[in-house]
Write a protein that binds this ligand. Structure first.
Ligand code: FAD
Length: 413
């Protein structure tokens, strides 16, 4: 690559200001365009002074690392661009968000998701992503039908064309019989569930009810093949994707392209079902303060930048979050060792992580690699945790904690 040679004399001449009756002087504040890129050069000192004076600093957006591990690879990015192009060319009016509509699907692929609390977990998104893969692979184009226990947010973004709610399904036994009637009514080409918790149980019950084989714990899924380990992991078996299957965690990619329609689907048969053996059902939420860090959805953590631990504990309690800490805080005996988040503590599976006064050392970041939403409170704008966070508050944690508490109390939390 050939680069333009610098000409210091010409650069100096452009900055020289000649005024009548005075000696020529250099205007060092002048920012001429970079000869290589043509973009104006940034002046960090001037931006800093402007931000201190409360002025808005404009200019090209700064690049930042995305450490959420959700980047698209090249193939996905190309597919995404292609889909968006074709949608732009058809039914999308300017200002409207792009939406993928499958009007008359050739077949259906059921994706059974847990969606605890009405929100999709990472694993739920992967199950929907696997279903999307199978639906897009079929001839004529299929539709992904998300089977949900209640009303769930953002199903379209996760790749669902249709949504079938099976409410009141308290136990795996009832959910399996509801699912069976839905399968008999809609005749999906594939039914895919997570190889975890209730979903794994439902999958086995459904297979027994339908009298069909279950291909459990798929480790690798493509449009043509589903592969799983056999003989204790010493060998593997691959088949054309079968009708009933469960998939392991982190074995499929979530859908990241254009959002789908998520149109509600009516199902009359499901509402009739009940289990006479169950007299009453009450879901009792666990106490977040006593839950294991690896099992909780929302963690609030204190680092070396926190010294008001009474406010920290109050905040965690009001937010119904599980308290965590960095190693420095646990080493100092300010929090118990089991609260330590990180490579040598607990690796979280939480959806949301609020880090108060934590620098974001690599060992700590390893513990939150799977967290979808990270919020950082730190006085140092350049802390690695701020770079990792989706939302950052550059402020003293001792001021932020009571302010948040006050806000939550005003809102009656
Ligand atoms: C083998 C090994 C394993 C390790 N495993 C882990 C692990 O599992 N988990 C872990 O956490 N660490 C682990 N560590 C330690 C890790 O390297 C860091 O030392 C540690 O995470 C730092 O904790 P910290 O961010 O709380 O403290 P510091 O590094 O001291 O950072 C404090 C942060 O708080 C900010 N701050 C200061 N005052 C305020 C204020 N008033 N308001 C807001 N912010 C403020 C500062 O800007 C700074 O960013 C490990 C280290 C080793 C060598």
């Amino acid at each position: 690559m050939s680069r333009l040679r610098k000409d210091p004399r010409a650069e100096r001449a452009t900055k020289t200001v000649a005024e009548a009756g005075r000696r020529p002087r250099l205007d060092l504040g002048r920012r001429e365009a970079s000869p290589a890129s043509g973009r104006p050069r940034r002046d960090p000192w001037r931006e800093w002074a402007a931000s201190l004076a409360g002025e808005t600093v404009t200019g090209p957006e700064r690049k930042r690392y995305d450490r959420s591990q959700r980047q698209m690879n090249r193939a996905d990015a190309a597919r995404f661009a292609k889909e968006r192009q074709s949608l732009d060319a058809t039914d999308i009016s300017p200002g409207q968000p792009a939406l993928r509509v499958v009007e008359a699907p050739a077949f259906a692929v059921f994706a059974v998701v847990e969606a605890a609390g009405g929100r999709l977990s990472r694993f739920d998104r992967q199950v929907l992503g696997a279903a999307r893969l199978l639906a897009d692979a079929g001839d004529g184009g299929g539709a992904v039908v998300a089977i949900v226990p209640e009303s769930v947010e953002a199903l379209g973004e996760a790749g669902a064309d249709r949504v079938l709610a099976l409410p009141g399904a308290a136990t795996p036994a009832i959910r399996a019989s509801m699912l069976r009637s839905a399968v008999e009514e809609h005749g999906p080409r594939h039914v895919i569930l997570a190889e975890e918790g209730d979903s794994a149980d439902i999958a086995r019950r459904l297979a027994a009810c339908l009298g069909e084989p279950l291909f459990a714990d798929v480790e690798h899924l493509t449009a043509r093949q589903a592969v799983r380990a056999i003989r204790g992991g010493r060998a593997e078996i691959g088949l054309a994707p079968p009708r009933l299957m469960t998939i392991g965690e982190d074995r499929a990619k979530p859908h990241e392209a254009v959002p789908c329609e998520a149109r509600p689907l009516e199902d009359a048969a499901a509402a009739r079902l009940d289990d006479p053996a169950i007299l009453s059902v009450e879901i009792i939420p666990g106490d977040p303060a006593k839950l294991a860090l690896s099992e909780t959805d929302f963690v609030v953590s204190a680092g070396n930048g926190v010294n008001d631990f009474a406010a920290f504990r109050d905040l965690a309690a009001v937010m119904k979050a599980t308290p965590g800490a960095s190693r420095v805080v646990c080493d100092a005996g300010l929090m118990p060792r089991q609260a330590q988040v990180g490579a040598s503590g607990t690796v979280l599976a939480a959806d949301c992580y609020l880090a108060l006064g934590i620098s974001g050392a690599p060992q700590h970041l390893q513990g939150i690699a799977g967290c979808e939403h990270v919020i950082a409170v730190n006085t140092d704008l350049h802390a690695a945790m701020i770079e990792r966070a989706g939302l950052a508050i550059v402020q003293d944690a001792q001021l932020v904690m009571p302010a948040l508490l006050k806000l939550l109390q005003e809102r009656g939390a």
